[in-house]
Design a protein around this ligand. Sequence first.
Ligand code: NAG
Length: 182
Amino acid sequence: MKLLIFSLIVGVTWAQGIVPGPCPDFIPMTDFTVKPYLGKWFEIARVPMVFEYGQTCNYAEYTDRGDGTVGVHNAGLDADGTFTEIFGFVETTEVPGALALHLDGVPFTGSYNVLDTDYENYTTVYSCQNFLGLGHMDQAWILGRRNTLTLEEMETAMRAFEKWGIDTQRFVKTIQEPCEFP
Ligand SMILES: *[C@@H]1O[C@H](CO)[C@@H](O)[C@H](O)[C@H]1NC(C)=O
């Protein structure tokens, strides 16, 4: 089982392209607080991930679970229009803005780093995993309270990544219209 999971991770990793070298040095938003971050966020752009290929209309909902953790509900439409969703939760860590992500059925803890957000319009999320001796693999998302961001908000979001040398050329806009949920 362990081997299977390992080969799965490596398989996924190779498919997405492991990048040589370690994760970039970055510091998540130092004054991040969870409460104003709760609620619904639309995915505006993402660095394409194998498990998200062809998906449109993605959104995330974060809820207070009352026990210090935050409920996560990610949803969207698959390429064929089927509704797809996954649930989980995030925990805060001793580093503000660095959250630990647990998704149902995913056998490892992901990292969810808020680089910058104004809570009311946009947020920028970065996740990076080192694979010793091989390199690193990262994921990035720009989310919005509305299903579109202004050019100015988009530029602010991009800067949150560029500040740490994270390549924003890889971002692909998420289709948010039309969205017909079955
Ligand atoms: C969010 O955007 C609105 C509309 O552009 C603006 O009035 C508001 O100040 C922004 N919120 C923050 C926290 O910057």
